[in-house]
Design a protein around this ligand. Sequence first.
Ligand code: F6R
Length: 607
Amino acid sequence: MCGIVGYVGGREVVALLIEGLRRLEYRGYDSAGVVVRGPEGLIASKAEGKLDRLVDKLEREPLTGSFGLGHTRWATHGAPNERNAHPVLDARRRVAVIHNGIIENFLQLKTELIAAGWEFETDTDTEVVANLISSLYDGDDLRGAVDAARKRFEGMYAFAVMATRREEIVATRQGPPLVVGLGEAENFLASDPAALLTYTRDVIFLDNAELALLTPRGVEIWDAQGHPVERAAQRLNWDPIQVEKGGYKHFMLKEIHEQPQALQDTFGGRVDFELARVEFDDIGFEGSLGESEVRRVHLLACGTSLHAALVGKFLIEELARIPVEVDYGSEYRYRDPIVEPATLAVGVSQSGETADTLSAMGAARERGASLLAICNVANSQATRISDGVILTHAGPEIGVASTKAFTTQLVALFLLAVRLRQARGMETAAEELAALAHLPQAIDETLALEPKIDQLARRFFRAEDFLYLGRGINYPIALEGALKLKEISYIHAEGYTAGEMKHGPIALIDEDLPVVMVASGDRVYDKVISNMQEVKARDGIVIAVTDHDAEELAGVADEVIQVPRIHRLLQPIVNVVPLQLLAYFTGVRRGADVDQPRNLAKSVTVE
Ligand code: F6R
């Protein structure tokens, strides 16, 4: 979604805002803008498209002033053009607003404001925020005006406001995140700590309904009732280098290569390999539902995280023998789910901000489930609303297409499955845990296949459609492979369980259709080979990803990607890596912007 950055202090504000926006551009990149206080009031500069367009504009028409706000947009209300870009000023040019989220009752408020004589220039809901605040602003108490205005807003939003009178920024949130960064005689605001890391690692995450006032002298926070909030800053342990490309051409490729370390970080310190036990000091959902009491699990997620949840179903059902349902966050609450007693609902989310997943978690809670979050971002909303949290420790993921977040989610789900097994007093998962220790090495070896996969991309990048097939625990890997290709290269791709091919998708097969088949050495291997024969019999092109000897498939597959073999339950984590690389190299060959694919945003904070 949109990226928000704000600064009060003595530095060159425009350069600082642009640098912050660079770090946030993955949140949205339809348009960008900044506003500062200039000698004659608020001055904004905005441009349609990527941040570089704004940078070019600022080079041609420089902007100087003190304290300011910056924004990078993923359009919800109003086309992604310069007019609708943020910051949005009110009709009287007294306040400037940047905003992430949706004001659901904006039409009603707009009608009221128009009746009161306020004019509107944009199609955004943000302009309602600006005009309403301005209508309540006496020219002195900006905080009071924002506080009064926000009581009228319905929806999920985070916004920041400045006026000219004082060097101050007022910000509040209801849903989407906001984080305050603390400095010496300067303070920062952002929707994501990644924007702040160059300047400070001391941060305060705002809670829902809190309101913050930032001045160079300090930061004050109030809760919804107007009571002052005292909250100590926390020190982020993210390294600023992690949000750089580090010599890679794209964040996506860098993040694919970070997987061996990221996976190690997910299970490191959480497994006693000698005793074959998973030990989490930090999970703590015992408060509401003891682990040994869990009788049902609901996994709630969207997109790539949903694919991780689908693998998680296999892991938990097989290792802990507990029935698992998997739901799209966007569907769950609308189907009136049955939540039986002793249900653990697990929200799986890289960002912890995805509105659909959060709503589903809320719906599960309302129906009596205990909540666990499997999440990459500490202090995100998903972690805050949950009784327990398993952080995936993947480090910041900047590429819009999720890669290391996915594989670390799979490890976290595996650890959860083993943990639930232990809690039920079942036999130790010794073999599985022993295999886990070899996983980073297996991923390293898989990454060495990169040149071969680049060659494959070169052969197939002009294809118009792809089919991905897998079975059993590797079926969600087929879905994920197809999703990655769609997102990054804009090639139409479908994922199916291989067994379903004959019930419809087989009609698509011809000599132009590459069919990527995940054929792992599990109990359905032979069946997948039969499916391959069926594709070949119809002149389809088979690209096999297998942990079997490539020779075995020589007669049936046109191309074989042989990956290292690991325990059957961990094999999906290895198998997905070549599919990530295939999507990446195909996207690059097609000239697509792989880190910022069209129409997407990293975290989707609207329904
Ligand atoms: C795909 C992708 C999205 C996200 C989805 C959920 O590459 O990144 O499909 O997986 O938007 O996001 P999180 O995991 O942040 O809830």
